[in-house]
Design a protein around this ligand. Sequence first.
Ligand SMILES: [Zn+2]
Length: 341
Amino acid sequence: MFQAAEQCRKPMTSSNSNDFWVIICQGYSTSDYSLSMASIRGRTLKWAILAILASAVSCSSSPASFTPATRVNPTAVRKRFEGQRAFAHVASQMALGPRVTGTLAIRQLGDQILSLLQATGWATKTQEFAYRDTPVRNVWGTKGSGPIVRIVGAHYDTRRRADQDAEDTTAGVPGANDGASGVAVLLELARVLEPRVGEQVWLVFFDAEDNGELDNWDWIVGSRAFVSAMEIVPASVVVIDMVGDKNQEIFFDRNSDVALSQRLWSIASSLGYEEQFRAQPKYAMEDDHTPFRERGWSAIDIIDFDYPSWHTRQDTLDKISAASLEHVGRVLQTWLEMTVN
Ligand SMILES: [Zn+2]
């Protein structure tokens, strides 16, 4: 992606985290919980029932009485996003070497993504085309049904040359953070995610995002083609990119939808991730959310652009932490399963 650095001059206000929990409470009925009961046994079941009772009591009372002591862990009775599992997906991508558009490595990765999506119950689709005589392939999975479509996307290609490297600008970027981290979060989401009734979730893996300004290539080639071919209007789009840095600080992107940014950052705050999700703007990004924004749609970029190894040969697995991946994954899971949007 391309960025135009701008320091924050005027922090945006974040919404009150208690408001968020009231919204969860109002939007998530006890019948939703009961759907998950079949998979719960023994002591876990007992605690889950207590959680339901606590939730039901809270929902019947006024918002002002909804205190932190009555909060219910939003993913306690469902499959929960696990950072270590996401980290394993980063490692497996790194084993392929750089995943440059048009190479065998990215073809293999695309095939692996499709297999993993299918194995976790997602219907899969692909979009293939040529860009400057190079084959490009977007791959994605869909789950759920209904008129509301929410998209979570990440690019799965890596940059052809490490042009920010101090010593060797000819090698490909390893892409542990810039490429693999976003893909890993989406693949772990594929394992745990259950779309709400009436909603579809699309997990989209964009090709050809990251060769901008090399050999006169454009940025975000895959997502542009994807948006051009879309026949529906998504309710919301969240792109994630470079989300695995051990030193995680994610600011509002100035080119993202403000309301949707506030929604996601509010969820992060409610989960205790205020230190990682900083509710103030910093950079203005051109990334895979840009084509969606240009159509006037609600779309944001969740990106940690303070990453010294960006577009260098040092973008390697040792820079990544499972905890960072987990923060982003749990925010997304909570947003897609629990809240009213
Ligand atoms: Zn990049």
